[in-house]
Design a protein around this ligand. Structure first.
Ligand SMILES: [Ca+2]
Ligand SMILES: [Ca+2]
Ligand SMILES: [Ca+2]
Ligand SMILES: [Ca+2]
Length: 295
């Protein structure tokens, strides 16, 4: 059976989604300008009226096994602190087909930071998670960790996981691993950082999503195996390796084993003298592996 771990691997290209022609079918894809504020309003109202079991976490600070649970602020719980007072936010700007830049706010909480490394936005992560709609319906759950390549998951996942640290792991006698002190948190995303106009499993179109996630382990990724970590294949230095294609062959650098397209692989010309510094034979300030006139 296909579950969400399959769909999370689908690269969601919002540009593609938004550029669908309006006359494709009976229901045109909604304008992000209109959808984004609606999603934000729904999430804000949720955060103002719900709380999580923060007291349990506070009372037992060394316990990494407590599950995050959420309830409404009502009756016996009317004195609880709303999520709204505790969340951090991050704004992701997306460009629609008319080149409007639209801010999309995600809200998140790091409940346990974890003790090991933080993944980058392009690393591989070994996670357990639970995905919920704002109405409380659980659409997917993984109790045993699965690997996700953050370069290929929905945007909200990619943006949140680097807020956590991985945990410790020990090998048991039977070959299984035991994880502890892993990072754990929860995030709330508008539909544009999720599946937007797609209907996936039991997730209706245009659904804001809630994921609680634990990060057990991470591996730094070098997708094209050229010796440069994917997160560092960002020659324009804007922090986004998805927009760098030095040789304009429509394969971005982090997936391109010959970044300058000169026929010599990046691995080969990166550092021939092995001094740990990228070579620049003609000293024009462009390292050889990104320099088409130097091979
Ligand atoms: Ca690489
Ligand atoms: Ca870049
Ligand atoms: Ca390329
Ligand atoms: Ca090359």
């Amino acid at each position: 059976m296909k579950d969400l771990s399959y769909f999370l691997f689908i690269i969601i290209s919002l540009t593609l989604v938004l550029s669908c022609k309006k006359d494709d079918g009976p229901e045109p894809v909604r304008e992000l300008q209109e959808q984004a504020p609606k999603d934000d309003e729904a999430i804000v109202s949720y955060l103002q009226t719900h709380f999580y079991n923060y007291e349990e976490f506070e009372e037992d600070p060394n316990n990494f096994r407590i599950e995050i649970s959420i309830d409404t602020i009502a009756d016996d719980n009317s004195d609880k602190t709303p999520l709204w007072d505790q969340v951090q936010t991050k704004t992701i700007e997306l460009t629609d087909k008319n080149d409007n830049v639209i801010p999309n706010k995600m809200y998140f909480l790091v409940v346990r930071e974890g003790v090991s490394e933080k993944p980058s936005r392009l690393d591989s992560t070994f996670v357990t998670y639970k995905g919920t709609l704002l109405n409380g319906n659980i659409f997917d759950r993984k109790l045993l960790p699965v690997w996700f390549d953050l370069a290929e998951v929905i945007r909200g996942f990619r943006e949140f996981l680097p807020e956590l640290r991985a945990g410790n792991h020990t090998l048991n006698n039977d070959g299984t691993y035991e994880f502890d002190k892993f990072g754990k948190g929860i995030f709330f995303i508008p539909s544009a950082l999720g599946y937007y106009s797609r209907e996936i499993l039991t997730i209706p179109k245009y659904s804001p999503l809630i994921f609680s996630v634990a990060l057990h382990k991470m591996n730094p990724a070098d997708h094209d195996n050229d010796g440069i970590l994917s997160i560092n294949e960002d020659p324009d230095g804007d922090g986004n390796p998805f927009n760098d294609d030095t040789d304009n062959d429509r394969v971005v650098n982090y997936l391109d084993s010959d970044d300058d397209g000169d026929g010599t692989s990046t691995r080969e010309e990166y550092d021939r003298d092995l001094d740990g510094i990228p070579d620049d034979d003609d000293q024009d300030g462009i390292p050889d592996y990104l320099d088409q006139d130097n091979n």
